[in-house]
Design a protein around this ligand. Sequence first.
Ligand code: NAP
Length: 491
Amino acid sequence: MSETTTSTELDNGLPLDMIIFGGMGDLAMRKLLPALYSAFQHGTLPGSTRILSTGRQDYTRDTYLAHIEEHVRGFISKDNFDARSWDGFLQLLVYVKLDVQAAPDFSALAKAARADAQRVFYLSTAPSLFTTICDKLAATGLVDEHARVVLEKPLGTDLESAIAINEDVGRHFAESQIYRIDHYLGKETVQNLMVLRFGNSILEPLWRAPNISSVQISVAEEVGVGSRAGFYDGAGAMRDMVQNHLLQLLCIVAMEPPTSLNADAVRDEKLKVLRSLRRFKLADIARDTVRGQYVRGVSGNQAVPGYLEEKNVPQDSSTETFVALRAFVDTWRWSKVPFYLRTGKRMQRRSSRIVIEFANPPFPLFHQQGGAVANRLVIELQPEEAIKLQLMAKQPGSGMEMQQVALNLDLQSAFQQRRAEAYERLLIDVVRGRLTHFMRRDELEAAWEWADPIIDGWQQLGEKPHPYAAGTWGPSEAFALLARDGFSWFE
Ligand code: NAP
């Protein structure tokens, strides 16, 4: 069983009120409440915590708890579930009925929250509500120097809208109180990448051009657009995935060593990467980017519809469900090293990984044995987290035949500790006031500055996305993008 009640209190001695706007929504049910439960069960949530879910519906305490039972429990793994701590967790929960648009102020929330608490506001609603929520929180006197606000993505649809959100939230919260969440930064393997790079003297000298010949960052989803068409069709893969998750991963691969682990020291280095990303002109967009849209196909042995046949997708939509592109980071370290980014829906399998491909040995000693295959460092993020270094080795026996073998950094057996999910880890960071793994305002805006011209360029070029069958790895043009440089996607 768990360490249920041995929680650590906050350094400032205040009790914690976690207030979730959109507290009855999909994200809260599937991710936030299971993560908070797990933190509670393992004693990392302060014992003084209360969780206030806000929403517009009427619930009595009984119907609210019944809803939580029905919609949250299924997202907690059996191994992680404990009846006694679950009962304890339910005691922390409070429902507050609040229509953030209709309510003239948030006095209903002020009544339910504790006057002397450390308040964390998690905005898990459409971003169009962020301004109203922040204005009314401030007007009701709920924003003090201890308050923190967590912003869920998408943070804007372009630079202009991102600036507007930042301005509106920034009127009431200092930058040090704002946590822009990107759950990829909460993954153990992603955080481990910094240790791998900067905590090992054998890797860091190699981590540059010309020792590294290319970098691949691929985030493949097996699912289609599902019930998110209303949002997704106006966004597409570039805004939904590349501008945030993939660029954040790229930053961690490409950043210079920070001077410390201080949040701003790390974020300064990530910002430099974003600012060094080569801007795309129209000719680059035509040559170095591929947009795709899935058509009907087979996924998990089942026939599945194409994107245009999905519910709530306009029949003539030219929204991309797939993007592949070749980017360059124009710095001394990364001169001429291509960074291939790829993401898509309805791909063959769910898999996210970063692949660092090293240069071939300078002299082809083994050309009669078929030549050496380039060494690769493969960082698997999904569905399993793992780190493998692919090296060449001699096949046992006479002769000098070679084979690629993987040196597996078996983190599961090396560390017996429980590995928390990304949302749990990040929520605890918020509670403890640790900003390192959250995006700073200038990072967000720099990411849009790079992405906007690509999105605009696609519009100007007016090309439809390339079709690809559901259940495949995307359109053939995405393979050609790498093949012309002598590379291929790592599957
Ligand atoms: P959702 O299921 O539609 O939930 C949003 C919630 O907002 C609803 O439950 C609704 O609560 C509440 N809401 C809407 N209008 C309101 C109002 N006027 N006053 C008070 N509450 C209001 O959406 P979601 O999937 O949870 O996503 C929430 C946010 O997270 C979105 O920005 C989304 O893009 C982002 N996100 C979601 C996921 C995911 O996996 N779901 C992943 C990444 C990011 P009531 O209906 O109870 O009033």
